[in-house]
Design a binder for this molecule. Structure first.
Ligand code: ADP
Ligand code: MG
Ligand code: ZN
Length: 473
């Protein structure tokens, strides 16, 4: 009887070399506070200077999600006190964000994107209760972020995960963000409320902060839906608050009452001029946009005539899609190549825990292997064996074929005499076959394969055996 209403806010770290308002490096993993200066540690009298590349990447994010880029946007101060925020305010865009009114398509529906705004990240606190101390590392303070806010168009945890995976994929395709969730480069706040099915008005929402894996998002939303349903069924009231997901206990806990925008006393940052983005800038960024996942998927289906499912798997990362396209360049049988990439390659990489970029088999050598298969130089059994060898030795398929003498016997006259000899040697089976025991066909196939050590072309021997058996009266 309840319907859930969900809106997501995603913080994505823009892939710049330096921070958003100073020249400090954004490199991850440096010793604490190594990447800091008077600007990002909030010393008095310093001035922020906006990083042009961060704006370019924010524009790119906006274009990739069909948002309208604002000609003029502005940076505001969001005032609050926290030890990881040395200025006492965060520079963020509030009243005038860099982009608005976009959307993103998930399986069966379109999810609206309300706005994208730029802001700086805060530092990191490490609490040490044993010593009664907290430590602050400001390396992350001032890292550029975009916050991508969805419309409350999402209706289930499943849809939320679909939306996030799609957004994650787009950010990686466009290379605006590395989007490593464990490293906090892509994190999500989920807003959830329930309403009676059929009613229009939204219910009171809870916001679950800082979810850093798709699994956590799914579990936290489902938990929250149940928690709120229970409250509403008991005629209680859901309170507007910020909650945290506890992955160990599989539940959300209240963190604080929800603050409202006016609590932050936003006002325009007097140290920064309004941000003007002209058409020329937008056009320039547009030219750097790659083919996006949906477009690529559609093209794979129409251009290579492979099933929708294959196209989806093959475009699940840009690197994999590039690998596939490189592989099939000179191959006729695209579907066969698709099977090999999806099953054999991905299976091997998965077993070895490798990414496609560090694959021991390159697209070029896989292409050579599949070419040998297309030419009937080797058969499928040989191809599988060669592939294994390629993985272990990184030798070329041609070398392995020669070394292992795996060339398929497809010379018809040679195969014909082999088949004839086998028929001569097995009169009983021939007779039984002629009397209707057609299952014996595979017996003859097996014999030929044994004789040729598995190197016979199955298509050719099938034909030869058929004719030879027919010829016998
Ligand atoms: P903030 O959380 O910073 O106050 P907003 O009010 O803009 O920001 O809302 C943030 C997110 O919450 C958006 O994704 C929006 O779609 C979603 N949202 C707003 N109201 C509700 C609601 N009643 N139920 C679920 N989600 C909501
Ligand atoms: Mg929020
Ligand atoms: Zn700095």
């Amino acid at each position: 009887m309840f319907e859930s209403v969900i809106g997501l806010e995603v913080h994505a770290q823009l892939k710049t070399k330096t921070k958003i308002f100073c020249g400090c490096s954004t490199k991850f993993g440096e010793s604490p506070n190594a990447n800091t200066c008077p600007v990002c540690t909030g010393m008095p009298g310093v001035l922020p200077v906006l990083n042009e590349q961060a704006v370019t990447l924010a524009i790119k994010t906006a274009l990739a999600t069909d948002c309208k880029v604002a000609e003029q946007s502005r940076f505001d101060r969001k005032n609050y006190f926290y030890p990881d925020l040395p200025k006492g305010y965060q520079i963020s865009q509030f009243a005038f964000p860099i982009a608005e009114h976009g959307f993103l398509d998930i399986e069966e529906k379109r999810i609206g994107i309300t706005r994208i705004h730029m802001e700086e990240d805060a530092g990191k606190l490490t609490h040490d209760p044993a010593r009664g101390k907290s430590l602050v590392d400001l390396n992350r303070a001032g890292t550029p972020l975009v916050e991508i806010v969805s419309e409350p168009d999402i209706r289930s945890a499943k849809e939320a995960v679909q939306y996030l995976k799609k957004l994650h994929l787009i950010l990686k395709y466009t290379d605006v963000c590395d989007a490593n969730m464990e490293m906090g480069q892509f994190r999500c706040d989920a807003n959830i409320s329930l309403r009676i099915k059929g009613t229009k008005e939204f219910g009171i929402r809870a916001e679950i902060k800082n979810l850093n894996s798709f699994k956590h998002v799914e579990k936290a939303i489902n938990y929250e839906i149940e928690r709120q349903a229970y409250i509403l069924e008991e005629k209680g009231k859901v309170i507007q608050e910020t909650r945290l997901w506890d992955p160990a206990k599989n539940k959300t806990n209240s963190m604080r009452g929800k603050e409202n925008a006016h609590d932050y006393r936003y006002f325009p940052d007097p140290d920064l001029v309004p941000l003007i983005v002209d058409d020329k800038w937008i056009e320039k960024v547009k030219k750097t946009l790659p083919e996006l996942p949906d477009a690529k998927k559609t093209r794979f289906v129409s251009e290579f005539n492979i099933p929708e499912y294959d196209a989806k798997v093959l475009t699940s990362s840009k690197e994999l899609a590039d690998f596939f396209e490189e592989t099939i360049k000179d191959l006729k049988d695209k579907k066969q190549a698709s099977n090999w990439v999806m099953t054999t390659m991905l299976g091997m990489l998965n077993t070895k825990g490798l990414s496609i970029d560090s694959s021991p088999v390159s697209a070029q050598s896989l292409a050579k292997l599949l070419k040998l298969l297309e030419d009937n130089t080797i058969n499928i059994k040989g191809a599988k064996a060669i592939f294994e060898e390629m993985v272990e030795t990184t030798k070329s398929p041609e070398t392995i074929v020669k070394e292992k003498n795996l060339e398929q016997v497809s010379n018809a006259s040679e195969l014909e005499s082999i088949v004839a000899a086998i028929i001569d040697k097995n009169p009983k089976e021939v007779e039984a076959y002629k009397n209707g025991k057609t299952k014996l066909f595979s017996f003859f196939m097996g014999q030929v394969m044994r004789e040729t050590k598995g190197k016979a072309d199955p298509k050719i021997i099938t034909e030869i055996i058929k004719t030879k058996l027919q010829d016998i009266n």
